[in-house]
Design a protein around this ligand. Structure first.
Ligand SMILES: [Cu+2]
Length: 354
């Protein structure tokens, strides 16, 4: 390679990288890396510990990348073939004990640096004492394709929305009766597999009040990507109020609602309770005791429908109860052929269950 071409390359390579960086959207948001599923801004003890582990490994790898890459390019340029070199055969070497021992030693040191925070994190995450003494226990069940959350001590059940108080250690008992799922709230809690015929336990703790995204993180079938949930972190008093509300038998909340709407809710309730819905869904305080689908006792208080598919609005809900499997790939809720009017009435009823 002659001088000019070398010069062209040394200018081209960095400017191409720079352009790529600019084009890929160097917006401030991207630099913060603070998207809803980002673990770079942890809001919980476990997420913070896991980020530390990642960062140590990342910096070690970045170091290795630049040292080996640098040596590579240095050798390429320093020992490139020059005019008149053709006849010369470079000195033939075989091995170097010093370099080999040195490399082994360097990697033992680097791997030890990565190992220390990993082992420390494992001891904290798997500490049985913490798991057993947690102030709140929630049984988490992975279904196809939604999440069931049960609070045994509080006697409440909900779906696709996990509520906890801030600054409290929570233990989750994770199980599945179908395939393997994985529980994951990147900002707050780590990730743990949800396995049939096996109880997996984890603890976590949220540092800030807020609503955080969760997602199934193990390919589990057609709607794996639609198996989301929300983690709602409350102040203790708000959490207690939520528990109290969820523990009450479900009833349509109709205070201050106009009479036409109340009539619609009543009609929806009648249709719901006469329909096949009750074979799969529970609404506490009624004869709807089904277990195959999410508990709908306080459905009106939920933020989203069908594991994070849509916001919980009347339009989305009416569309869902009419065409579940068309709207959510592989959904196990059947199409019961509801008319538009019946779907609207059922949606009004379910939304009134606060
Ligand atoms: Cu899943």
């Amino acid at each position: 390679m002659d001088r000019n071409r070398l010069l062209t390359w040394t200018l081209w390579a960095p400017s191409t990288l720079l352009m790529a960086g600019l084009l890929s959207g160097c917006s401030p948001a991207a630099w913060d890396m603070d998207g809803p599923m980002s673990f770079f801004q942890p809001q919980g003890t476990l997420a913070a510990i896991q980020l530390d582990v990642l960062m140590v490994a990342l910096w070690v790898c970045i170091g290795i990348f630049f040292v080996t890459g640098g040596l590579y390019f240095y050798t390429l340029i320093r020992y490139r073939s020059r005019p008149g070199d053709e006849a010369r055969i470079p000195a033939q070497l075989h091995g170097s004990t010093a370099i080999e021992i040195g490399l082994v030693a360097i990697f033992v040191v680097l791997l030890t640096i990565i190992m220390v925070p990993n082992v420390r994190a494992l001891f904290i995450m798997d500490d049985l004492d913490t798991i057993e003494r947690a102030e709140l226990v929630v049984d988490v069940k992975g279904y196809q394709w939604w999440w069931g959350f049960e609070y045994p001590a509080q006697g409440i059940r909900t779906a696709n929305e996990l509520h906890i108080p801030v600054g409290t250690k929570v233990t989750l008992n994770l199980t599945s009766d179908n395939v393997i799922h994985s529980f994951w709230v990147p900002k707050v809690a780590g990730k743990l597999d949800v396995i049939p015929n096996q109880l997996n336990r984890m603890w976590f703790e949220a540092d800030t009040v807020g609503v955080f995204q969760g997602q199934c993180a193990e390919l589990c079938g057609a709607s794996h990507a639609n198996m989301r949930f929300l983690l709602v972190v409350h102040e203790q008093a708000d959490f207690d109020a939520w528990v109290e509300a969820q523990a009450r038998p479900a009833r349509p909340v109709t205070e201050g609602v106009d009479p036409a709407q109340v009539a619609l809710i009543e009609r929806g309730r009648a249709i719901f309770l006469q329909n096949a819905c009750i074979g799969c869904h529970t609404v506490s305080g009624t004869h709807a005791l089904g277990q195959a689908g999410p508990d709908l006792s306080h459905f009106g208080s939920r933020r989203e429908i069908a594991a994070g598919m849509w916001g919980n609005t009347h339009t989305a809900l009416a569309a869902w109860v009419q065409h579940p499997a068309d709207l959510k790939e592989g959904s196990l809720m059947p199409n019961l052929g509801l008319s538009d009017d019946d779907a609207a009435a059922i949606a009004a009823y379910l939304l009134s269950l606060k």
